[in-house]
Design a protein around this ligand. Structure first.
Ligand SMILES: CC(C)(COP(=O)(O)OP(=O)(O)OC[C@H]1O[C@@H](n2cnc3c(N)ncnc32)[C@H](O)[C@@H]1OP(=O)(O)O)[C@@H](O)C(=O)NCCC(=O)NCCS
Length: 134
């Protein structure tokens, strides 16, 4: 069974084996801004966010599932567990070409906020969504 819980410092070595994204995983864990999906002691995915990172509202800036474990519902499980750590309006974004992320976001109660140009190279749009958590 997969459980989603707050990340703890001893999760760091496993989290660091993932597809690496910019940012400071240590700070995210210490500041309690990360959840992990764990199955029998193995970390299979994580989500992290910036408090008030999107014009004053909380902003999810990382969501990663281990490549070998994708399409098994882990991303969806993480998304539907976010209210264990966050409340109120939360934003998330991804580049328009990230079909898997867009499909996951659209299947988990987010509302499209719009697209921004000028953030990414080649004039690709970054697509923003919001969701109200309680
Ligand atoms: C995006 C990501 C987190 C999805 O995680 P996942 O665990 O594979 O997603 P799930 O298995 O929970 O998928 C839930 C739904 O999302 C959609 N989805 C997920 N991956 C998809 C894909 N590759 N193609 C189409 N739809 C997809 C489907 O609707 C899926 O439901 P289904 O399997 O019943 O059809 C994962 O692909 C990943 O880590 N990508 C690299 C990092 C990234 O792009 N992060 C997003 C930044 S916001």
């Amino acid at each position: 069974m997969t459980i989603v819980r707050q990340a703890e410092p001893n999760d760091l070595p496993q989290v660091m084996t993932f597809h690496l994204l910019p940012g400071d995983r240590v700070t995210e864990i210490v500041e309690r801004r990360m959840l992990v999906a764990e199955q029998n002691g193995t970390i299979l995915g994580y989500i992290s966010w910036q408090m008030r990172g999107c014009i004053g509202l909380d902003y999810v800036n990382r969501l990663v599932v281990k490549p070998m474990h994708r399409r098994q519902g882990i991303g969806k499980n993480i998304m539907t567990s976010m209210s264990i750590a966050l409340t109120g309006r939360v934003f998330i974004s991804t580049k328009a070409s990230n079909q898997s992320a867009i499909a996951l976001i659209e299947s988990t109660d987010w509302t499209k906020a719009g697209e921004l140009y000028g953030l990414l190279p080649d004039n690709e749009a970054e697509v923003f969504f919001w969701r109200d958590l309680r």
